[in-house]
Design a protein around this ligand. Structure first.
Ligand code: 2M8
Ligand code: MG
Ligand code: MG
Length: 267
């Protein structure tokens, strides 16, 4: 079994980004040697920092399925011949952020759409929007594969924006705070790719426990054997069909994470 988890609003508290309420379940997973695969909208730099705090070195997925990183010590070089960054193989599943931002700005000029992306924000703006400490906000700005934005126009204009970008092969996903524009990938595609690699690395194809709190987690929850819908203080999960069992937590964020993992480990 592997655990694939979203961060903000799921393993991390939506407001203060703390994970300590999930410490007992994290410890139980470590003892059971269950890999914890972080699968998030966050960046490579943000996840490295969190892995340090959690005391784990595991494969992880960033920017909504855009990049899969595998520790070079425990995983052979994937046949896609990826580059090596800070002790990880980087497998690119999405697109290049600069190209995405360039296209977004062209479309904004042409259509007069109102939105504000990370590329338009100063560090202070980002801190205001997210409540992240300055060091973390800097790491969130270091994006490789995607552009998060705040939509400031009408719903009708958003529908046009989404249709236009999807026709060009981009994906538009909604996280807890931002709309994310990325290449043709998502958290579900990336976790399936990882499970394949895990299985060729001397293991069998794993059962997947996935945990998320937002619409951008749906594809990951759909491919999981156990889909944990962590209760969110800011939104209700839309109904969706999935391959496995759906479990809704009664507690929010990391407390819900702890509750669900501990009860799954008892089975
Ligand atoms: C962004 O992602 C969250 C996750 O759901 C969101 O859309 O609300 C990302 O840009 C991430 O890098 C950043 O750390 C986070 C901060 O709230 O926002
Ligand atoms: Mg989330
Ligand atoms: Mg997320």
């Amino acid at each position: 079994v592997i655990v694939a988890t979203d961060l903000d609003g799921t393993l991390l508290d939506h407001h203060d980004y703390s994970w300590q309420a999930a410490a007992p379940a994290l410890q139980a997973l470590k003892e059971a040697e269950v890999p914890i695969i972080i699968n998030t909208s966050k960046t490579f730099e943000e996840v490295l920092e969190l892995q340090k705090a959690l005391g784990i070195v595991e494969p992880f997925i960033v920017e909504n399925g855009s990049g899969l990183f595998l520790p070079v010590n425990t995983y052979p070089q994937p046949d896609t011949r990826p580059e090596q960054v800070a002790g990880f193989w980087q497998c690119t599943l999405g697109s290049d952020r600069e190209a995405i931002v360039a296209r977004l700005h062209e479309l904004r000029e042409a259509n007069g759409w109102q939105f504000s992306g990370f590329a338009d924000m100063t560090l202070t703006d980002l801190i205001q929007h997210t409540g992240l400490p300055e060091e973390n906000a800097r790491k969130a700005m270091k994006r490789r594969f995607s552009e998060p934005l705040v939509w400031k126009d009408t719903d009708a204009a958003f529908a046009e924006f989404k249709a236009q970008l999807e026709a060009e092969g981009y994906r538009i996903l909604k996280g807890g705070r931002f709309v994310h524009v990325l290449g043709d990938t998502d958290k579900g595609y990336a976790v399936t790719r990882f499970a394949d690699i895990f299985a060729t690395n001397g293991e069998t194809f794993p059962k997947i426990i996935a945990l998320g709190d937002s619409p951008n987690d749906i594809e990951m929850l759909q491919v999981a054997d156990y889909a944990v819908l962590v209760r969110s203080p800011v939104q209700n999960f839309p109904e969706f069909n999935s391959k496995g069992v759906q479990i809704r937590t009664s507690a929010f964020g990391p407390e819900g994470w702890n509750e669900a993992i501990q009860s799954l480990l008892q089975h």
